[in-house]
Design a protein around this ligand. Structure first.
Ligand SMILES: Nc1ncnc2c1ncn2[C@@H]1O[C@H](COP(=O)(O)OP(=O)(O)OP(=O)(O)O)[C@@H](O)[C@H]1O
Length: 348
């Protein structure tokens, strides 16, 4: 998949999977749905939610989550991630636009398709006076289509989220992180084709966060598609194969993670002494580097196509002492800031 800057170029496909006039547009809806389900675990078209207050929390987004992906659904607080997830799962209806889960339209096909989807969203309603384990037994018993071996599945889910030792503690005595882990265990009670995890690292300590990353990686290796949301970009960036980044209700960036950062501008950092800083800036500009900024004895610039070794050579030739020089590979946060002009932690 390539970088699709949805907000910048809202080339929304009028059918799930192809523009009007494409071969797909002529096929029957069921056939399109089947193909879509094979290609995308989640797909939305111009999905929009306007609340009664008038706030447009989600503004015409076209999500594409390929089968087998770990899709990081990222964005600052209040950017519309939870509202999108609630629409995907049929918990609230969209104001306009459409969503498909595993190729089936939501919320119409919810009764059928949601059995194949595990979700962690704002913590399921657990009983405060029951233990973590008893809560899972209760939850599983409500699932008419649950596979056999309830005890084995519950024990395994508790172990996977690191709650084995605290399984018999009452839910009301759980810390926030333990509650979050129990929510995850509930989503793991049976094998699912798709897992939707809304802020699974909320309330977890750094160790818990690492465990969630590891768990997500394991689930993906076993063939489960995972959509995982977070407002802490760096926290899950590395486990994702794909990312979608939200900003004030819009999907501003979507694509394969590796492509998104490798296409971004490479940056250069140089340190010299105070006497030569201005001369160094001149050399960088002459070489064709852009956005050259001098900060005392340090310089920052965008490398473009220039190689760092050519910069070193040019500086030395000009008699400028090079006290430090490094190329910085841009992070997703750099890409986000460049696209939106905002820091990642903005809220509205
Ligand atoms: N029921 C509601 N009525 C009115 N506005 C709402 C409602 N739910 C959410 N919003 C608003 O919609 C916007 C998006 O909220 P949402 O919870 O989807 O963001 P988010 O990206 O999940 O944020 P966070 O990372 O903090 O969970 C926010 O401005 C929020 O205040």
């Amino acid at each position: 998949m390539t970088d699709t800057r949805t907000a910048a170029s809202p080339a929304a496909s009028p059918t799930p999977g192809g523009a009007a006039g494409s071969p797909r547009a002529a096929r029957a809806p069921e056939e399109i749905a089947e193909q879509e389900g094979a290609e995308f675990a989640i797909r939305t078209q111009a999905l929009t939610k306007r609340f009664r207050s008038g706030q447009v929390a989600v503004n015409g987004i076209d999500l594409q989550v390929p089968r087998g992906a770990v899709y990081g659904f990222l964005g600052p607080n209040g950017s519309g991630k939870t509202t999108t997830i609630r629409m995907l799962l049929g918990l609230i209806g969209p104001s306009s636009g459409q969503a498909w889960l595993l190729g089936r339209p939501m919320p119409a096909a919810g009764a059928d398709v949601l059995a194949r989807v595990g979700a962690l969203i704002e913590g399921p309603a657990f009983h405060p006076w029951l233990s973590g384990r008893a809560n899972l037994v209760r939850l599983d018993a409500c699932d008419a289509t649950a596979p056999p071996d309830r005890k084995g599945r519950i024990d395994e889910a508790l172990e996977r989220v690191g709650l084995g030792a605290a399984a018999h503690k009452k839910y009301r005595q759980y810390s926030l992180g333990m509650k979050q882990r129990l929510g995850l265990a509930a989503a793991l009670l049976r094998r699912r084709e798709l897992l939707v995890l809304d802020e699974p690292t909320n309330g977890l300590d750094p160790q818990g966060t690492r465990e969630v990353r590891r768990l997500v990686g394991e689930l993906a290796e076993a063939g489960t598609t995972v959509l995982v949301s977070s407002h802490l970009l760096a926290e899950i960036e590395n486990v994702c194969t794909h990312v979608g980044i939200m900003s004030t209700g819009r999907l501003v960036l979507q694509g394969e993670r590796a492509n998104l950062t490798s296409q971004a501008d490479r940056q250069l950092w140089v340190r010299t002494d105070a006497e030569h800083a201005a001369g160094a800036a001149q050399v960088l500009t002459t070489l064709g580097l852009t956005d050259v900024v001098t900060d005392g004895t340090e310089l920052h610039a965008l490398l473009g196509q220039t190689r760092p070794e050519d910069v070193t050579r040019a500086l030395v030739t000009a008699g400028i002492p090079v006290l430090g020089l490094a190329e910085r590979v841009p992070t997703l946060e750099d890409v986000f800031v460049r696209l939106t002009g905002e820091g990642f932690d903005v809220a509205r």
